[in-house]
Design a protein. Structure first.
Ligand code: AMP
Length: 291
């Protein structure tokens, strides 16, 4: 696996890849775990034996708000590179901030690119709690797509709202790339793997599993015909709060538009949860098909 730090070198390497070869791309912020591993595995399949798998590691300052964990976000680079090698990535692109945002003196979320892609879906749920977050995500992914020029982009369902917004951006901006969304990889007790889980203390860790349990319970209720939004919200909020977490949102939304249902869930839905457990913020989701 080749490690590339500069845009010039990436562009040179990209030109050397035959037009017939499929390029699959996995953008990450590092601190890799088995969830990222699944994405790289899917990328390997999508690229095929003669294709090229490119992963990136970039802790994107534009998607962190003031007071968020940009400075303390884990950056175990040597271990990440080892994992990517093990997962058979071909190229790791790991640029510096200067390299990605040469125009910005301090590329913080507080000064989002006014010309960048802005999606109305970026102002609800995660976007309401983290203003400007999705504009930061779109800014970096648009730049990465322009540089890497992949045939396939691999995203995780773990960040449901993010993959929805990025799919819309790709459609609107006509990036010639297919998007695959990989299912969420979980710990044995159901906790969705996340780079931030390493912050959970040994006392907190068992309680974190309540999020997925609550999501599964709500999904079962819907499938069993209990579709009242109020009831589902109360059930999820109640069980998650009872385990000592602070619920930020726990609700069913339309799986394609994130619109809230009036009264009852009557279409394909995604159950979305965000909750705080001590110093850690957990998000998770489960999709419920329309019967
Ligand atoms: P991150 O490094 O957290 O920015 O995540 C990089 C990519 O990995 C995103 O597309 C995430 O949705 C995806 N991802 C993160 N956690 C998981 C997981 N547990 N299972 C599958 N994909 C994940």
């Amino acid at each position: 696996m080749q490690i590339i730090r500069t845009i010039t070198e990436l562009q040179r390497r990209r030109r050397d890849i035959s037009a017939a070869a499929r390029v699959a791309f996995v953008p990450t912020m590092g601190a890799l775990h088995a969830g990222h591993g699944r994405l790289v595995q899917l990328a390997r399949q999508a690229a095929g034996p003669d294709g090229c798998v490119i992963a990136s590691i970039f802790v994107n300052p534009k998607q962190f708000g003031p007071g968020e964990d940009f400075a303390s976000y884990p950056r175990p680079f040597a271990e990440d590179a080892r994992l990517l090698r093990q997962w058979r990535a071909d190229i790791l692109f790991a640029p510096t901030e200067r390299e990605m945002y040469p125009e910005a003196a301090a590329p913080a979320n507080s000064s989002p690119d006014p010309a960048g892609y802005r999606d109305p879906l970026g102002d609800v749920l995660e976007g309401k709690i983290r203003p400007g977050h999705f504009r930061g995500v779109c800014a970096v992914v648009a730049r990465l797509l322009a540089l890497v020029q992949p045939n396939v982009l691999i995203l995780g369902q773990k960040d449901y709202q993010q993959q929805l917004i990025l799919r819309r951006m790709i459609r609107e901006m006509n990036f010639p790339v297919d998007v695959l969304t990989a299912p969420t990889i979980r710990e044995p007790d159901g906790l969705a793997m996340s780079s931030r889980n390493r912050r959970l203390t040994p006392r907190e860790r068992p309680a974190a599993a309540v999020v997925y349990r609550a999501l599964c319970q709500a999904k079962d209720e819907i499938l069993n015909g209990r579709r009242e939004v109020k009831h589902l919200i109360e059930e999820m909020t109640g069980s998650i709060s009872a385990a000592g977490l602070e619920v930020q949102y726990a609700l069913p939304c339309h799986a394609d538009t994130l619109a809230e249902f009036a009264g009852v869930v009557n279409d394909r839905c995604v159950l979305l949860v965000a909750a705080r457990l001590g110093a850690t913020r957990l998000i998770d989701n489960v999709v419920v098909p329309r019967e």
